[in-house]
Write a protein that binds this ligand. Structure first.
Ligand SMILES: Cc1cc2nc3c(=O)[nH]c(=O)nc-3n(C[C@H](O)[C@H](O)[C@H](O)COP(=O)(O)OP(=O)(O)OC[C@H]3O[C@@H](n4cnc5c(N)ncnc54)[C@H](O)[C@@H]3O)c2cc1C
Length: 404
């Protein structure tokens, strides 16, 4: 690929984005998620129709079959436009690479094209009431019955399950093995009547995620992804993709979205000359630039053929820190209106949700404490936590919701 080819590709990306990357115009505040999903879906369909969907995935699976260099060009151009595919962070950033890496040839050909074009959304089902940070303690079971698997159990916090057609689930397939060894990954059809999806009502008024119950859900034997009882390896791979997806986003280069937003707000409120406001804004700016540089390094490692490693936790943790800094600063800058805003003041109403939402980034995809543990163990090489359950079969442990 020559520089001239890449320049031509850059022009093609920019022209597409100029024509199609318009910001979401909310038609009333709720249901925000429905509108965001529809907006992302329309954009991804146009992207796929233009031959720019799933850039580096093979054409036989519905991708564009392009190179990592072209993907980087796309990300660089996309960084100048509003995010139009955010609702697909899990579907595209996590489920798609997993299907590509671990799906059988038949599954890839059948399911990846609609996943890439956004016609099908996929969700991730790992967490359970007693298994979040320690997800290997999960209790949802999958039992082989002839040419089917029968799944029973419960998942929780499943983002956008109510919009998803399919999902990836990790279930326990052998409780006699140690907890990390007896797990397997499957795809499931979210519209099966044996899957009950119940929305969780959030503090900010949204209903972004769900709890899910499986009662004798029967799925075909070949919906097992990868190898039997190798689910932990795959779950770890998916969590790495998750941290990269959350920590680096879909854009490349230096981006400072929160700084830009706060700068506009400070100008609107007339506080932009205030030295304390300027100092705080610079701190957020510096953090966002650092996060971008960390993300660029992670992406460069992936471009060089490395699997996303624990370094993805750095980007994720950075994003969470920015969220907390911004939360505190907004309270000072916007003042009491952040809670008690005038009806019709859309800007204040939007900001009022931010302090409530800031918590999400430090929990979703693994909490800050867990990211720090990973960075400590696997990036800095510090001694690992003591594991009291090492070598003990799962069915002898008191984990998850097991109390006696
Ligand atoms: C917005 C959002 C979206 C989500 N989407 C999904 C989704 O789509 N699919 C999905 O499967 N899950 C999803 N989750 C769930 C998320 O992965 C879990 O909430 C998270 O892993 C934490 O698990 P937990 O809630 O059970 O908390 P716990 O694991 O019970 O943790 C409680 C507290 O203990 C701390 N802690 C636990 N273990 C350790 C340790 N070893 N060292 C130090 N501190 C520790 C934690 O940091 C935390 O502060 C989502 C969560 C959020 C907030």
């Amino acid at each position: 690929m020559t520089d001239t080819d890449l320049d031509a590709f850059r022009t093609r990306c920019r022209e597409f984005l100029e024509e199609h990357a318009s910001p979401l115009q909310l038609d009333g505040p709720d249901p925000r998620d429905d509108q965001t999903v529809a907006h992302s879906q329309a954009f991804l369909k146009k992207l796929a129709d233009a031959g720019l969907g799933g850039l580096t995935y093979a054409t036989e699976y519905g991708g564009a079959g392009l190179t990592k260099a072209e993907e980087r060009v796309w990300r660089e151009e996309y960084a100048h436009f509003p995010d139009c595919s955010g609702a697909f962070t899990i579907s595209h950033g996590m489920c798609l690479p997993m299907m590509n890496e671990f799906g059988s040839e038949e599954l890839k050909k059948q399911y990846m094209p609609r996943m890439i074009s956004g016609e099908d959304m996929w969700c991730q089902m790992f967490s359970e009431p007693g298994a979040g940070s320690d997800v290997a303690s999960l209790q949802t079971k999958a039992v082989k019955d002839g040419d089917q698997w029968i799944i029973n159990g419960q998942k929780v916090w499943t983002t956008l399950a109510h919009h998803s057609n399919y999902g990836l689930i990790v279930a326990r397939t052998d409780p006699e093995l140690v907890k990390h060894a007896g797990l397997s990954m499957f795809m499931i059809d979210m519209r099966d009547p044996a899957v009950e999806i119940r929305p969780i009502h959030q503090i900010d008024g949204g209903m972004h995620f769900n709890e899910i119950f499986f009662t004798d859900l029967a799925i075909p034997a070949d919906w097992l992804l990868g190898e039997y009882n190798a689910g932990w390896k795959q779950a770890t791979a998916m969590l790495m993709y998750e941290r990269v997806a959350i920590g680096t986003g879909s854009k490349s280069g230096i981006t400072t979205p929160m700084f830009n937003r706060i700068k506009r707000e400070a100008a609107r409120l007339g506080t932009i000359q205030d030295p304390i406001v300027r100092d705080k804004m610079m701190q957020i700016y510096s953090q966002e630039v650092t996060k971008s540089l960390v993300s660029m390094r992670t992406r460069a490692e992936m471009k060089a053929g490395k699997a996303p490693g624990p370094g993805g936790s750095l980007g994720k943790l950075h994003g969470s820190n920015i969220g907390w800094m911004t939360r505190e600063f907004l309270h000072e800058m916007v003042g009491p209106q952040i809670m008690a805003y005038e009806q019709g003041d859309e800007s204040a109403e939007e900001w009022s949700k931010y302090p409530l939402r800031a918590f999400m980034g430090s929990i979703a995809g693994g909490t800050d404490e867990i990211q720090r543990n990973i960075i400590g163990d696997r990036v800095l090489g510090l001694p690992r936590d003591v594991a009291v359950d090492k070598g003990v079969p799962f069915n002898q442990l008191k984990v998850g919701t097991v109390s006696e």
